[in-house]
Design a protein around this ligand. Structure first.
Ligand code: PLP
Length: 434
């Protein structure tokens, strides 16, 4: 096999590639590096390959389509067949009200599309987003992102008209200390909703607020599952003031949380649903779904892009949806997610540095803290992540304080593969924590 190492210094350092490792192949839940070393990939390429690396049915759909056309422009008076087939498949999995679709390439582009649609359709300029949220790295989306300063520092000033409210992060809720029993999915504490209402009174009046943009499960910001009352309350606020609710399911969609979309856990239907990552199993494709009546308020020709809704990516996405549904991968995520949470909670009882274990389906976070309190312990999380990698298990961290290890394996994993990963994690905890 060729040795590419002399070319590594020519990769921009803005991509953190500290390991000098070259990945060459992926299959199912595994990836291999240039030296033939196999890793259990519990990052799914940052939540992308929900169907596993190179699922044969997705690969076949890509081959088939590549032999027919690589690119058919969707903005010159035509639409193309793979896009219509994809829409057919998507209509079976998104809430039925959201019957009209627009496609682009990346998650950030889709969030930008949602914001542009919301601004034009309402004639209002402002957006409410959340503290710790991540929506992308374009100028528009980094303005909506507050998960870490690194995404914004030295790029400011950014897009105006963005206001941040606190996310419903029960483990770090300022009201928690007074009421420790108020925690988790059933919490009805109104504090985060009061903060949104306060923003509407103090900084962005309802009649100048186009949308509330929110991740139904906080992703890069720390894998936080909010109580259902939070998302339902946001829906109510939106309905009260004619504000649009945008749900960013870029990371939580496509079976990840044990439902096709995370919104199903909360019983909330947004005005605009944003999707990417798991949509096309690794090909660059993203999209938004909204009611036709809303999409019709978007000036034709005022938004789009050369590659958005590429034919090969659409074919991959259609196959991805069929695989997720027909191979029971969403159910697998729900079932294995329960096992994963149980096992991690059992570990939490033994290791006081595991401050919080939370998640839905196979979107699970373990928050590391200094034992005896809730002080974030980034160093320990990084040490455990590294120990796992040295032992063949890839895990990512997340969170503003970078102290959360996230578990996002491909949804094709077996119980045995999950067991192997947990054994590695536990052995590393033993060596790092002792
Ligand atoms: N929205 C969420 C919730 C994400 O997690 C991400 C990426 O991690 C994005 C948007 C941006 O997606 P992309 O990196 O494809 O632009």
């Amino acid at each position: 096999m060729s040795d590419w190492s002399d070319l590594i210094p020519h990769v921009s350092p803005v991509w953190t590639h500290l390991l000098d490792k070259v990945l060459v192949r992926g299959e199912g839940p595994y990836v291999w590096d240039q030296d033939g070393r196999r890793y259990l990939d519990f990052t799914s390429g940052i939540g992308v390959v929900n169907t596993g690396h190179c699922h044969p049915r997705v690969v076949e759909a890509i081959r088939e389509q590549a032999g027919r056309a690589l690119h058919l422009q969707a903005n010159i008076g035509f639409v193309h067949e793979p896009m219509l087939r994809l829409i057919g498949a998507l209509k079976g999995v998104v809430p039925p009200e959201l019957d009209t679709f627009f496609f682009s390439n990346s998650g950030a582009e889709a969030v930008e599309a949602a914001v542009k649609l919301a601004r034009q359709a309402t004639g209002r300029p402002n957006i409410i987003a959340f503290q710790r949220a991540f929506h992308g790295r374009t100028v528009g989306t980094m303005s909506l992102t507050s998960s870490k300063t690194i995404y914004r520092a030295m790029y400011q000033p950014l897009m105006a008209g963005v206001f941040f409210a606190p996310y419903a992060y029960c483990y770090r809720c300022p009201k928690m200390e007074a009421n420790p029993e108020r925690y988790g999915s059933n919490c009805r504490c109104d504090w985060p909703l009061e903060q949104v209402r306060f923003l509407l009174k103090s900084q962005t009046a309802p009649e100048e607020t186009a949308a509330i943009l929110v991740e139904p499960v906080l992703g890069e910001g720390g894998y936080v599952v909010p109580p259902a009352a939070f998302l339902r309350g946001l829906r109510e606020i939106c309905d009260e003031y004619g504000i649009l609710l945008i749900l960013d399911e870029v990371q939580s969609g496509f079976g990840r949380t044990g439902r096709f979309f995370a919104l199903e856990h909360f019983g909330v239907v947004p005005d605009i649903l944003v999707m990417a990552k798991g949509l096309a199993s690794g090909l660059p494709l993203s999209g938004i779904a909204a009611r036709r009546e809303l999409m019709e308020r978007w000036e034709p020709g005022s938004h789009g892009g050369t590659y958005g809704g590429n034919v090969v990516a659409c074919a991959a996405a259609e196959a991805t949806i069929r695989v997720l549904l027909e191979e029971g991968l969403v159910e697998n995520a729900a079932r294995l997610g329960e096992i994963l949470l149980d096992r991690l909670r059992a570990l939490q009882a033994r290791y006081p540095g595991l401050g919080d274990v939370r998640g839905l389906g196979l979107m699970v976070g373990v928050e590391f803290v200094v034992p005896g309190g809730r002080t974030p312990d980034k160093d320990r999380a990084k040490e455990v992540q590294k120990g796992c990698r040295d032992n063949g298990l890839l895990l990512l961290t997340c969170g503003t304080e970078e102290n959360v290890i996230r578990w996002i394996p491909p949804l094709v994993i077996t119980e045995q593969e999950l067991e192997t990963a947990l054994e590695i994690f536990e052995a590393v905890l033993d060596s790092v924590v002792q």
